[in-house]
Design a protein around this ligand. Structure first.
Ligand SMILES: [Zn+2]
Length: 487
């Protein structure tokens, strides 16, 4: 045998051994016994007409995020009054503190002072809803065909009402928490949260309060079949990507457009926007994505399971697949760029002395604002000024999943929902929760609504609505989670 043949045989043998190893590894990766089982759990009784009415009334108060002086804060005060009327026992049991005029902290004292409190977040504000294109008035709170319609019904008055309804029912039943419970409701989540949540967290920090866990919206319930999982995936956000708006600016002499320059300011900015879009940052694995696949892999169909169980060996292939499969899967493993605004001259026949564009960037968990700025500056070159616009946020830390709070959360999901598989993941949008890392390490995001894809797409869009069945289930989820974590 020649040396070449020996090498070939050795390569073939190692390759064979590797494939056998990968197959055995797939076979021996077994699903955990507790996943998907709801262990004969009995949920609390919820009056579905009452909870639907409460959400409907909450939706009727147009608590639009105040963005300028022309907008009023009055709806927030009306909303506070409404909550007091709708949830009398809760308001009797909880101490209320108002932060920055419109944000709310409620505290229900627990009997065991040695336990750190549990903290539930929601935001009172909603995004605008011009009535064109809606089947019903966006702030009518119409109850129709088993749904509550209106802006905020999902994002996120639905979650707030489910939480408060759960607490009210529990208090009616004589509930006394062992662990202190905080409910913190900001008033500008839809515009950075800097007036509301940020001040709430700063206030709590100043008082030296630390939380055992924080639970906010975010993380959805998705049909697992898209990734070969039989059942629903209950995704729990353990961190969130960073946020950054970059302004690109080009300057060139302005003037009459009948004798144009070869490349004016608009041309330069357009070129820069194109270059940024065509030069993305690299896809990179991050901890929560690895944890996500680790949790899902045992429950996948054979081919998917083979790929995801052997994700370390097949890493480049898998990365490529996630990149091309869907914008959402790509966004889990990379910093994204979206050009959202451009401005040149005010008149069609005038060359502008400067032109600008805004690139909205969502920063991968293991990258930073500085990394992104450096990349973009490199791509656009010296002729373009790059400026960081206000509102930037670094990616958050990743909360541990090996904690009692996370275990109680996933256990409760298994109890309340049938055929749900909880799994951690990096939340790709932004929430108020990002401000709470200063008072808590265990910050989780979960929205306990089972909604169709069509309904999910109505968030921030036309005909937002929440099925009353899902609202009732979410109320039962909160009641059980509060009982398990704070009872
Ligand atoms: Zn929201």
């Amino acid at each position: 045998m020649t040396a070449g043949e020996i090498i070939l045989i050795a390569i073939a043998a190692s390759l064979g051994a590797l494939i056998v190893f990968m197959i055995l590894r797939t076979i021996f990766t077994k699903p955990s016994k507790t996943a998907f089982s709801n262990q004969g759990f009995e949920p609390i009784a919820v009056d579905q007409d009452r909870v639907a009415k409460h959400l409907s009334e909450a939706v009727k108060i147009p608590t639009l995020t105040v963005l300028n002086e022309g907008m009023s804060y009055q709806p927030f005060l009306d909303f506070h009054n409404y909550l007091e009327k709708a949830y009398p026992l809760f308001h009797k049991a909880a101490k209320k503190t108002i932060i920055n005029n419109y944000s709310l902290i409620y505290k229900i004292e627990g009997s065991d002072k040695d336990l750190l409190p549990g903290c539930f977040l929601a935001h009172q504000d909603v995004v605008p809803a011009p009535p064109q294109g809606w089947e019903v008035e966006p702030f009518s709170g119409a109850i129709k065909d088993g749904f509550v319609y209106g802006r905020g019904s999902q994002d996120m008055k639905g979650q707030m009402i489910a939480l408060l309804e759960a607490l009210e029912i529990m208090l009616e039943n004589g509930f006394k928490p062992r662990r202190t419970i905080y409910c913190c409701f900001g008033h500008d989540e839809e515009f950075t949260g800097k007036e509301g949540a940020k001040n709430i967290a700063a206030y709590l920090e100043k008082k030296g309060i630390r939380m055992e866990f924080v639970l906010d919206e975010g993380g959805t319930v998705l049909d697992g079949s898209i990734i070969g999982v039989n059942g629903m995936m209950a995704l729990i956000g353990t961190c969130e990507k960073g946020y950054l708006d970059l302004e690109l600016k080009a300057k060139k002499p302005g003037g009459h457009s009948s004798s144009p320059l070869k490349r004016n300011a608009v041309d330069l900015v357009a070129e820069a926007v194109y270059d940024v879009a065509m030069t993305p940052m690299k896809c990179k694995w991050n901890l929560p994505v690895k944890q996500l696949f680790k949790a899902l892999a045992p429950h996948m169909k054979p081919l998917y399971k083979f790929i995801f169980v052997n994700r370390d060996i097949l890493s480049p292939l898998l990365k490529l697949a996630l990149r091309v499969a869907h914008p959402v899967t790509a966004s889990l493993i990379r910093t994204t760029f979206a050009a959202t605004q451009m401005k040149g001259s005010d008149a069609p026949n005038v060359l502008p002395p400067e032109a600008t564009a805004t690139i909205n960037c969502r920063i991968n968990i293991n990258e930073s604002i500085a990394d992104v700025v450096k990349h973009v500056k490199n791509v656009v070159g010296k002729n373009i000024e790059v400026t960081v616009l206000p509102g930037e946020a670094e990616p958050t830390p990743v909360s541990d999943i090996d904690t009692p709070a996370y275990k109680i959360l996933t256990h409760t999901i298994n109890e309340v929902f049938e055929n749900f598989l909880p799994a951690p993941y990096p939340f790709i949008a932004a929430t108020d929760a990002k401000y709470y890392y200063r008072i808590c390490n265990n910050v989780y995001r979960f929205t306990p609504f089972t909604v169709s894809e069509d309904d999910r797409n109505r968030i921030h869009a036309l005909n937002e609505r929440l099925e009353i069945k899902a609202l009732v289930k979410a109320t039962q989820f909160f009641a059980r989670f509060i009982e398990n974590s704070c009872g």
